[in-house]
Design a protein. Structure first.
Length: 68
């Protein structure tokens, strides 16, 4: 033991089980970061980018020169 904590032996750090566990933790961390970033971004509605089919033929506005 050292004054800054317990160091793991080199044989444990280089074992296959430790590599699998560290890969799982790394993938899990990346997934949670992606989910957190995805939740903070505004929602995207693809229908807003598509043309609308319900355009009126004539305006119903009080202003007669308003676009249809």
């Amino acid at each position: 033991m050292t004054w800054w904590g317990i160091l793991l032996p080199e044989s444990l750090v280089q074992s296959r089980g430790f590599a699998v566990l560290s890969a799982f933790v790394a993938i899990n961390t990346v997934m949670y970061v992606a989910l957190a970033v995805g939740k903070t971004l505004p929602k995207v509605y693809p229908r807003d980018w598509l043309p609308r089919r319900y355009r009126r033929g004539e305006t119903r506005s009080i202003d007669p020169d308003a676009p249809a």
